[in-house]
Design a protein around this ligand. Structure first.
Ligand SMILES: [Fe+2]
Length: 126
């Protein structure tokens, strides 16, 4: 957000799923912001929990199929200054068909490589 007349909508889609198995939300920086409150909801959009990520690396981990989430609108505290809210999102989805690790790094690597998703990565030697 750069000007007082602006507001930020971190999740313009509203309460949602990210369509992953797990989602990590880490705050990197927050300056001069009001709002930007993270909400966690049931799959019926009933509020379960809310919190504000205030300090660097304040984090939330979501089991995405089990809960929905969203973030409220943000506004600058001091309208003469820029407002900043940077987050790092990491999403994880398991590879269907992937076997449990054997403890043998070579066998485990071959199993992961054979089942990696999307297949295009395996086609290119990853
Ligand atoms: Fe999301």
């Amino acid at each position: 957000m750069k000007q007082a007349v602006e507001s930020g909508e971190p999740t313009p889609e509203g309460i949602h799923h990210d369509e992953n198995d797990f989602v990590w939300i880490h705050l990197i920086n927050r300056e001069n912001v009001t709002g930007g409150i993270n909400g966690i909801y049931s799959n019926e959009k009933k509020p379960l929990e809310s919190c504000t990520l205030n300090k660097n690396m304040d984090s939330i981990v979501l089991w995405d199929p089990k809960v929905m989430h969203g973030v409220t609108s943000m506004h600058p505290k001091d309208p003469t200054k820029n407002a900043i809210r940077d987050v790092l999102l990491i999403a994880f989805t398991h590879c269907p068909g992937l076997q449990l690790p054997t403890g043998n790094p070579v066998l485990d690597y071959k199993e992961i490589k054979a089942n990696i998703n999307p297949p295009a990565l395996a086609e290119h030697g990853f």
